[in-house]
Design a protein around this ligand. Structure first.
Ligand SMILES: Cc1cc2nc3c(=O)[nH]c(=O)nc-3n(C[C@H](O)[C@H](O)[C@H](O)COP(=O)(O)OP(=O)(O)OC[C@H]3O[C@@H](n4cnc5c(N)ncnc54)[C@H](O)[C@@H]3O)c2cc1C
Length: 329
């Protein structure tokens, strides 16, 4: 089967890996300029050199035995390392979170910078739509993008899937990144749920990091939702103040700061795992079908691949036996 996957984050790549292993031809398209998705790493020029921040996912767990096996393999090749400060089962990418996605993407010729705005079926095949024109034909299409973005595309093809996507509302998250000219090593390197802060961490103290003193502060969803359209510089100022309140004392003034608005950061998960419509060869995977974690995205991608690869195998067997009958006649 010639399969298009829209979205080369953890879910899309996990699905692509499994479908490639099953012998299918995969074409991956992602609107991002490079590998990362919500496991992105952002770089910032500062007077003290370049600072790097994991401004999406902070770490990931590997509790599923199959995922753990994969993660241990990455660990042996220096792509990930445990980060005990975040928990006994916390892993991070090296030297940034996006290293994992970069590694997985190497196995596929991902088309970066491809924003897919829709798709349609013609003559039993799928065609993807982007501003530069159509891409296709494909035998099957898989959407591996956040729920809100998937719902818009799905609504024209499978109403039930679109409705499921609409029920999986994601929580937003304002994330601020700060660089200081001195070490701040006298406070906890990881803080959870402190006032308006959902998470704060000393990014530069993660394993394998270099560069100046770097902190990340992620606001909780209620705080974020109330300020979703606020200017970035105000967010940086407010969240720097929130960090000082969390540690109970004034902090140094950062020498560089930036903020990133994640409109669709974390979805509780619908519990479906993955969605597949055999009639039109359309599938959906992503963390929002299981839970707001990297590992859930991997599991969802894998689940979808196993489901549709099984269907494709059955179709092949039926076609082969039909052909055999024709030949016998
Ligand atoms: C602020 C924040 C903090 C988090 N913290 C953690 C954490 O500590 N631990 C944890 O396990 N998880 C965390 N997560 C969640 C984790 O990042 C996600 O669960 C996981 O990365 C989701 O993977 P995915 O492949 O489903 O989606 P994504 O990573 O979002 O991948 C989807 C991809 O689709 C692309 N795309 C979207 N629309 C289109 C389109 N129309 N055309 C083409 N491409 C498109 C995007 O560019 C993206 O690369 C966090 C997320 C955020 C945002």
């Amino acid at each position: 089967m010639n399969i298009a996957i829209i979205g080369a984050g953890m879910a899309g790549l996990a699905c692509a890996d499994a479908l490639l292993e099953a012998g299918h031809k995969i074409s991956l398209f992602d609107k991002g300029r490079g590998p990362g998705g919500r496991m992105s790493t952002r770089r910032m020029a500062t007077p003290l050199g370049e600072a790097a921040f994991d401004h999406g996912a902070q770490y990931f767990t590997a509790r599923d035995p199959r995922f753990l096996e994969l993660v241990k393999g990455w660990s042996k090749t220096g792509i990930v390392a445990p980060w005990p400060a975040a928990g006994s089962d916390a892993w991070v990418g090296l030297p940034g979170m996006n290293a994992v996605i970069r590694k997985m993407a190497e196995a596929h010729a991902v088309e970066w910078g491809y924003l897919i705005s829709g798709m349609h079926r013609r003559g039993g095949s799928w065609w993807l739509l982007r501003s530069a024109g159509e891409i296709g034909p494909f035998d099957a299409v898989i959407l591996a993008i956040p729920a809100e973005q998937a719902a818009a595309i799905l609504s024209l093809h499978d109403f039930a899937m679109a409705r499921t996507a609409l029920t999986a509302r994601s929580q937003p998250c304002w994330t601020s990144m700060f660089v200081f000219d001195r070490s701040i090593d006298d406070i906890e390197p990881v803080m959870r749920n402190r006032g308006d802060i959902l998470w704060a961490a000393r990014n530069s103290a993660k394993p394998g990091r270099s560069g100046p003193e770097a902190w990340i502060v992620q606001a909780n969803p209620v705080w974020t939702a109330a300020r979703i359209e606020a200017p970035e510089e105000h967010i940086s100022e407010w969240l720097c103040g929130a960090l000082a309140s969390a540690v109970g004392r004034p902090l140094l003034k950062p020498i560089a700061a930036a903020s990133h608005r994640w409109r669709y950061a974390l979805s509780a998960g619908t519990g479906d795992g993955a969605l597949w419509n055999d009639g039109i060869a359309l599938g959906v995977c992503g963390d929002w079908l299981l839970g707001p974690r990297v590992e859930c995205a991997w599991q969802s991608g894998r689940m979808l691949a196993e489901r549709c690869a099984g269907v494709f195998r059955q179709t092949e067997q039926v076609t082969a036996s039909r052909l055999e009958r024709i030949h016998r006649r």
